[in-house]
Design a protein around this ligand. Structure first.
Ligand SMILES: Nc1nc2c(ncn2[C@@H]2O[C@H](COP(=O)(O)OP(=O)(O)OP(=O)(O)O)[C@@H](O)[C@H]2O)c(=O)[nH]1
Ligand SMILES: [Mg+2]
Length: 210
C-alpha cells in the first residue's frame, strides 16, 4: 500500500465548478454511473473506511467532493450519471456541469472511469470517454465489483472492454478492481503515481520560469 494515498482527507464539497478549490496542482477525478462504486473505490485506494460517503441508494454523491492528498494533489468524487429516476432536465444539467468542469479545469490530470464489471460501457460511459478524448484528459477504466464474477468471466470482461477501448483515439488503460475484496489496488496506485508524478515535474518546470 502506497502510504501517500492514506493521507487523503476531505477538503470541500461544492454544488458547482465555480466554487471548486483553486485550480492549482493536480487533480484526478472519479467518474462513472450512479452506484457503480466510485466512492467505494476512493475509500479502497486511500485505505480508509469512510472517507467518501457510499450508499446503496443511487445518486448519493450529488456534489463535487474534493479530497486532498497533499497541497498539490487532489481526488474528486464526481456525481454519478445515468440514474434512471433522475429527470431528463437534471441529467442535462449534470452533463453541462461536467462538460464545463472538464473544459475549465486546468489541474484535471486525468479521469478514473469506474464501471460495474457486470455492466460496462453504457451509453453514458461512452459519452464520458469521448468527452475525455475531446478535452485531452488521460483515461483509466476501472472495472469494479469483480468479486461478483468468477475469475474467468472477469478476465473476459477485461479483454472485451480493452478491445472496445482500442478503437478510441487516445491511449486508455483498463483494470479489474474490487473495493470489497481489495483487488487491483496496486494497479490503481501505479496509474495514480504515474499521473501525479509525471505532470508534477512538468508543473515545477513551468513554475521555475521567470
Ligand atoms: N460487491 C461489491 N460491492 C461494491 C463494490 N464497490 C461498491 N460496492 C457497493 O455498491 C454500492 C454503491 O457504491 P458507491 O461507492 O456508493 O457508488 P457510487 O458510484 O459512489 O454511487 P453514487 O455516489 O450514488 O453515484 C454500495 O452498496 C457499495 O457497497 C465492490 O467492489 N464489490
Ligand atoms: Mg458516490
Amino acid at each position: 500500500m502506497n502510504k501517500v494515498y492514506r493521507n487523503a482527507r476531505f477538503l470541500l464539497s461544492v454544488p458547482n465548478v465555480d466554487l471548486a478549490p483553486a485550480d492549482m496542482g493536480l487533480e484526478i477525478a472519479f467518474a462513472g454511473r450512479s452506484n457503480a462504486g466510485k466512492s467505494s473505490a476512493i475509500n479502497a485506494i486511500t485505505d480508509q473506511k469512510s472517507l467518501a460517503r457510499t450508499s446503496k441508494t443511487p445518486g448519493r454523491t450529488q456534489q463535487l467532493v474534493f479530497f486532498e492528498i497533499d497541497e498539490q494533489k487532489r481526488f474528486v468524487d464526481l456525481p454519478g450519471y445515468g440514474y434512471a429516476k433522475v429527470p431528463a432536465r437534471v441529467q442535462k444539467q449534470w452533463q453541462q456541469f461536467t462538460e464545463r468542469y472538464f473544459q475549465k479545469r486546468i489541474s484535471l490530470r486525468g479521469v478514473f472511469l469506474i464501471m460495474d464489471i457486470r455492466r460496462p460501457m453504457t451509453a453514458f460511459d461512452e459519452q464520458m470517454i469521448n468527452w475525455c478524448a475531446y478535452c485531452g484528459k488521460s483515461l483509466h477504466v476501472v472495472l469494479t465489483k469483480s468479486d461478483k464474477l468468477r475469475y474467468g468471466a472477469a478476465k473476459t470482461a477485461l479483454l472485451d472492454v480493452g478491445r472496445q477501448l482500442d478503437r478510441i483515439s487516445v491511449p486508455t488503460t483498463v483494470q479489474i478492481f474490487s473495493a470489497t475484496a481489495k483487488t487491483g489496488i496496486d494497479d490503481a496506485h501505479a496509474v495514480l503515481d504515474e499521473w501525479f508524478g509525471s505532470s508534477a515535474e512538468n508543473q515545477s518546470t513551468t513554475q521555475a520560469e521567470p
